[in-house]
Design a protein around this ligand. Structure first.
Ligand SMILES: NC(=O)c1ccc[n+]([C@@H]2O[C@H](COP(=O)([O-])OP(=O)(O)OC[C@H]3O[C@@H](n4cnc5c(N)ncnc54)[C@H](OP(=O)(O)O)[C@@H]3O)[C@@H](O)[C@H]2O)c1
Length: 305
C-alpha cells in the first residue's frame, strides 16, 4: 500500500516512516525540513501550504493512505498567531484530505489538548472543549478532515521520544537537564498519559490493520503529572532529582491556557486491537535506553522486524 506521511521530518512522522517501511508499506515522506533518519526513504521536501507543491505531491505519489502529522505544534506561537494556526492546523488538513481523493484513507493526528482538562481519562465520547488556539486549531482540523473524508481515522494522543535534534522535545530537554543537573521546574498539577513514540507507531499500525475509522484515543496506560514523569525518568537514568523543583502550571505565566488534566482513556483501542497499553515506566525505560540508537533500531515489536 502506498502511504504518504506528512510531517515526515518531525518526531512522529520520522518514526512512522521507518516503522511502516519495516512492515513493507510503500512509504513516501514529506516535510518542509529534510529527512534525517538512518535508512533511505522516498522523501519530498516542500511546504504543504503551497497549493502547487501540495497538488503535484498528491498527483505524483497517488497515496492510498495519507497520515497527516504536519502541524504547527508550538502552543505559545499558535496563541500569538491564531490565524496561522487555524490555516495550517485547521483548514489545511481538510484541503489535503480533499486533494487525496475518495479512494485514499486518511489518518489525522490530533491531540489530547482538545479537552478542557477538567476530567481525568477522557474517552472518545467526551465532548472536546479547547482552551487555547493550538487546541482549537487541531479541533478544527478534526472537523475539516471528517467533512472531506468521512471514513477517516482521527487519532488523539500525547507522545515523547528522540527527535532529529533540530527542535528538542520536552522529554529530550528533561534528559539533558537531569544529566547535567541543571535546575528545572516540573508541574505537579498537569496530568497526561504519555506514550513512547515507537509504541504509538506500533499501535497505529495495529489500528490500520483492523481497518477502523472514527475517533480513537491512544495514550499510555498510566496517568502521571509532569513531575512524576520526570521522577521516573530520573530513576531510569540513575540521576538525582535534587535540582528539580515542584511547580504549578498556574504560576508558569504561559500566554496559552494549559488544560490541567489531558489524560486519555484508550480502552476502545485495546478492545479493537486486543493489545495492552504500555506502562509509563516501561516506555521511559526504553526511551532512556534508545538515546544512542539510530531511528531504525528503536522498534521492539517482533512484527516490525
Ligand atoms: N508531540 C506530542 O506529544 C503531540 C501530542 C498530541 C498531538 N500531536 C500531533 O502529532 C503530530 C506530530 O507531532 P510532532 O510532535 O511529531 O511534531 P513535529 O516534530 O513538529 O513534526 C511536525 C513536522 O511538520 C512540519 N510542518 C509544519 N508545517 C508544515 C508545512 N506547512 N509544510 C510542511 N511541513 C510542515 C514541521 O516543520 P517545522 O518544525 O519547520 O514547523 C515538522 O517537521 C502533530 O499533528 C501534532 O499536532 C503531537
Amino acid at each position: 500500500m502506498k502511504v504518504l506521511v506528512t510531517g515526515g521530518s518531525g518526531l512522529l512522522g520520522a518514526h512512522l516512516l521507518v516503522g511502516l517501511q519495516g512492515r513493507r508499506y510503500d512509504v513516501v515522506g514529506t516535510d518542509r525540513n529534510p529527512w534525517w533518519g538512518d535508512v533511505p526513504v522516498d522523501f519530498r521536501v516542500g511546504d504543504l501550504s503551497d497549493p502547487e507543491f501540495l497538488k503535484s505531491l498528491i498527483r505524483s505519489v497517488r497515496p492510498e493512505l495519507l497520515i497527516h502529522c504536519a502541524a504547527l505544534v508550538d502552543v505559545e506561537a499558535c496563541e500569538r498567531r491564531p490565524e496561522e494556526a487555524s490555516r495550517i492546523n485547521g483548514k489545511l488538513p481538510g484541503f489535503l484530505a480533499g486533494a487525496a481523493g475518495d479512494r485514499c484513507r486518511v489518518v489525522f493526528l490530533s491531540t489530547d489538548s482538545v479537552f478542557s482538562g477538567e476530567k481525568a481519562f477522557s474517552s472518545e465520547e467526551d465532548l472536546p472543549s479547547p482552551r487555547n488556539a493550538y487546541a482549537s486549531s487541531k479541533r478544527e482540523g478534526e472537523e475539516q478532515v471528517q467533512r472531506r473524508a468521512p471514513h477517516c481515522l482521527i487519532l488523539r494522543t500525547n507522545f515523547y521520544g528522540w527527535s532529529s535534534g533540530r527542535k528538542k522535545t520536552s522529554a529530550e530537554w528533561m534528559v539533558r537537564s537531569l544529566q547535567t543537573q541543571q535546575p528545572m521546574t516540573l508541574f505537579e498539577d498537569l496530568f497526561f498519559t504519555p506514550i513512547y513514540v515507537p509504541d504509538l507507531v506500533e499501535g497505529l499500525i495495529r489500528l490500520l490493520e483492523c481497518q477502523v475509522e472514527g475517533i480513537f484515543h491512544l495514550g499510555g496506560r498510566d496517568r502521571v503529572s509532569k513531575y512524576q514523569f520526570g521522577q521516573l525518568l530520573a530513576e531510569e537514568l540513575g540521576v538525582s532529582m535534587d535540582r528539580v523543583q515542584r511547580g504549578s502550571v498556574e504560576r508558569a505565566g504561559f500566554a496559552a491556557e494549559r488544560p490541567r488534566d489531558i489524560s486519555l482513556n484508550s480502552q476502545r483501542y485495546c478492545e479493537i486491537t486486543g493489545a495492552d497499553l504500555p506502562g509509563c515506566r516501561e516506555g521511559i525505560r526504553r526511551f532512556a535506553a534508545d538515546g544512542s540508537k539510530p531511528l531504525s533500531q528503536r522498534f521492539q515489536c517482533p512484527v516490525l522486524r
